[in-house]
Design a protein around this ligand. Structure first.
Ligand SMILES: Nc1c(NC[C@H](O)[C@H](O)[C@H](O)CO)[nH]c(=O)[nH]c1=O
Ligand SMILES: CC(=O)[C@@H](O)COP(=O)(O)O
Length: 166
């Protein structure tokens, strides 16, 4: 049995105040990412969140778009979606490692981000993971972002305005 079939999934969070998500998708393999977007939109809707979708050329541009949105827009969290399939060169490693590391760094700086950028060896692996009726990794990424948003709101109310410690 694949490891992904045995992991625990947290119940989706609930929210009193509206939640605005930004889905940033790199449709390098559009048929694959369309499924990721559909999965993310489904989870957002299940939590009563709105989800705006923007498109960037590739996985390497996803963290930059999130960084721009953090500075210039007003979203509660982000869903990073894309599909990276290994080719003939080491560029695969650059795209995977640099996009995921940049997303992690943005998260460590306080952005609520779920990472649904698939990094796979072949198209078959991507299809199974992207399909909403399959492993629904897009939905999982949206759920991750929503959990982080719920956490930040919990602490914002629990700390009664202490806010971020510097
Ligand atoms: N090979 C894949 C890419 N490569 C493109 C890069 O992400 C980037 O857009 C380019 O290097 C210009 O900066 N992107 C994917 O999303 N998926 C791939 O398989
Ligand atoms: C993952 C990639 O960047 C890939 O599309 C590049 O393919 P190649 O390594 O064959 O140039």
């Amino acid at each position: 049995m694949a490891a992904s079939e045995t992991h625990y999934t947290l119940p989706l969070p609930t929210f009193k105040a509206p939640v605005k998500l930004l889905i940033v998708v790199a449709p390098y393999y559009k048929d694959i990412t369309d499924q990721l977007v559909a999965g993310a939109q489904g989870v957002a809707a299940a939590c009563g969140a709105t989800a705006e979708v923007i498109v960037v050329p590739g996985a390497l541009e996803v963290p930059s778009a999130i960084a721009l949105a953090e500075r210039m827009a007003q979203f509660d969290g982000y869903v990073a979606l894309g599909c990276v399939i290994r080719g003939e060169t080491t560029h695969y490693d650059t795209v995977c490692n640099d996009s995921s590391r940049a997303i992690t760094m943005l998260g460590l700086q306080g952005a609520a981000i779920g990472n649904g950028i698939l990094t796979v060896e072949n198209r078959g692996q991507a299809e199974v993971r992207a399909e909403v009726a399959g492993q629904n990794k897009g939905g999982g990424a949206a759920a991750a972002a929503l959990h982080l948003i719920a956490l930040s709101r919990k602490w914002a109310t629990d700390t009664k305005g202490i806010g971020f410690r510097s």
